[in-house]
Design a binder for this molecule. Structure first.
Ligand SMILES: Nc1ncnc2c1ncn2[C@@H]1O[C@H](COP(=O)(O)OP(=O)(O)OP(=O)(O)O)[C@@H](O)[C@H]1O
Ligand code: SF4
Ligand SMILES: [Mg+2]
Length: 335
């Protein structure tokens, strides 16, 4: 089955991933709400980025999609099919549709396995014959810009950037439609990053791949993504198309994140409202009451400490969870 152009290939609806924690008799039990009601779509052939500070729930969201973490609530649909609770063989069968690439290619490859065997691993599991596997590995090496002679080498005999190409080749082996990329260039030298990003963009164009792209580097996100979802303490602060989100962010948290990123147009740069983020991220074990951002928000009003804002349209065309900035919601009277 193929998703219609522009239709959601992946649909994440009100996803919750909570981790119960035992913290000893004195302090009792707690719950880490790593992801607490996150919704977004990834259309076929497009890139949606998850951004936000360390610990905001980016990887946990991705792991729930690929089945490495179990959703506590909500739904995950792939091509219209509910995959939230798939396990065993049904979950394994999804490997031909959804694959993940992690940050560190060295950790993802068995140092004792040849590059050809590493790339062919998912094919062997799927029951491909040896000759077909060999042909497919040659095709994949070429696809990711590596010479055929690399097939017999060990991963330690190639550079970090080349190792990430190998990991990408392995992820592509079964022709998936969605790739989850969790900080795929963060462990690489700056000089290599743009080469890998260009490769990813070329592969997306040629193979009509959808990407769920996780990065803390907003310049990279602006370069590669069509849309972005800004997470804060496991919830969405703001979500929207890249131009709207980077051009005129409305949520004070998005504004704070983007204040550090220069705009290409100096006039726009001067006009842009700047917010400096102060204070630490609260613990997800004891998030603030009301708006998750309230303890660090420079524009908060009385209601912010009492009620949680829902995502609503803003005048920039994004959706933001902010009582003050979502244009469709009149500023509520103080509680
Ligand atoms: N298995 C677990 N048990 C308890 N808490 C967890 C578990 N996995 C993640 N967490 C917590 O959930 C929150 C979200 O973690 P997550 O790894 O998703 O963040 P992230 O946005 O990917 O951060 P980073 O940018 O550092 O990779 C963090 O507070 C983390 O400590
Ligand atoms: S709802 Fe209130 S605390 Fe939250 S971001 Fe908006 S103004 Fe700040
Ligand atoms: Mg992470």
């Amino acid at each position: 089955m193929t998703a219609a152009p522009g239709a959601a290939l992946l649909s994440v609806r009100d996803l919750k991933v909570h981790f119960p924690l035992r913290r000893g008799v004195a302090s009792g039990e707690g719950v880490v709400k790593a992801v607490d009601g996150v919704s977004f779509d990834v259309p076929a052939g497009r890139t949606v980025a998850l951004v936000g500070e360390s610990g905001c729930g980016k990887s946990t969201t991705a792991y729930a999609v690929i089945g490495l973490e179990r959703a506590t609530g909500g739904q995950i649909l792939f091509d219209g099919r509910d995959i939230t609770a798939l396990a065993g063989r049904e979950r394994a069968a999804l490997a031909s549709d959804i694959q993940i690439v992690f940050q560190d290619p060295s950790a993802a490859l068995n140092p004792k396995m040849s590059i050809a065997d590493s790339i062919a691993e998912p094919l062997a599991i799927a029951g491909w014959k040896r000759a077909d596997r060999r042909r497919r590995v040659a095709e994949l090496l070429d696809r990711v810009g590596l010479p055929a002679a690399f097939a017999d080498r060990l991963p330690n005999a190639v550079s970090g950037g080349q190792r990430q190409r190998i990991v990408i080749a392995r992820a592509l082996a079964l022709s998936p439609r969605l790739l989850i990329l969790d900080e795929p260039v963060s462990a690489l030298d700056v000089s290599i990053r743009s080469q890998i990003l260009n490769l990813l963009m070329e592969l997306q164009r040629d193979l009509d791949l959808a990407y769920l792209f996780i990065s803390h580097d907003l310049s990279v996100v602006r370069h590669i993504a069509d849309e972005a979802v800004v997470l804060y303490l496991g919830t969405i602060a703001e979500r929207g198309a890249i131009d709207a989100l980077f051009g005129a962010p409305r949520h004070p948290y998005t504004q704070a994140l983007l204040s550090a990123i220069p705009l290409p147009d100096p006039v726009e740069q001067r006009r842009r409202e700047k917010i400096i983020l102060t204070g630490d991220l609260p613990s997800p074990l004891s998030p603030p009451k009301g708006c998750p951002f309230v303890s660090r928000c420079p524009i908060r009003v009385d209601l912010c400490g009492a009620a949680r804002p829902s995502l609503s349209p803003t005048k920039s065309g994004t959706s933001a969870a902010c009582f003050v900035r979502a244009a469709s919601e009149p500023l509520p009277a103080a509680a």
